[in-house]
Write a new protein. Structure first.
Length: 147
């Protein structure tokens, strides 16, 4: 998975109506298995997927998300992937589970503003599974949006 950087050209589009395509792409990038029924939001550059987020296990207050990035991303896509759970679904928390061995993903979610909620020993093949959370009020990508 590539380090996230913001895109500089207008050749990008959001994919929010082809969940299986985005989910299978994410799976091929090592972001975990696609589960039928999950909601996936992708970003394409010249028609090719470069990023995706999969949301699953919504309980009315929180949702579990995973992310894969394999190229430059846009601010619009960042807004979109946080607007879906926090504005559209009106949830309080996004939850992410990351292997302690996946340093690039840990760096990415921490840059986005996720906080470590717990470390679970022996819950990952590498040894430690890190549970990250983002609360709606802490999401800087939606600052200025009035509910």
């Amino acid at each position: 998975m590539a380090t996230a950087e913001l895109a500089k050209t207008p050749t990008y589009s959001i994919v929010d109506n082809d969940h299986q395509r985005v989910g299978r792409w994410m799976e091929s990038k090592g972001a975990g298995p696609y589960r039928e029924g999950a909601t996936c939001i992708g970003l394409t550059r010249k028609g090719e997927l470069v990023a995706g987020t999969q949301y699953d296990f919504c309980n009315g207050a929180s949702i579990v998300a995973s992310i894969a990035i394999d190229g430059p991303i846009t601010r619009n896509w960042l807004w979109y992937i946080f607007a879906y759970p926090f504005i559209q679904l009106k949830l309080n928390v996004i939850i992410g589970l990351i292997s302690s061995a996946n340093l690039k993903s840990i760096e990415l979610v921490e840059k986005m503003g996720f906080k470590t909620a717990a470390d679970i020993p022996h819950a990952d093949p590498s040894g430690l599974l890190c549970l990250y959370t983002m609360h709606r009020d802490d999401c800087r990508f939606l600052k200025g949006y009035h509910r």
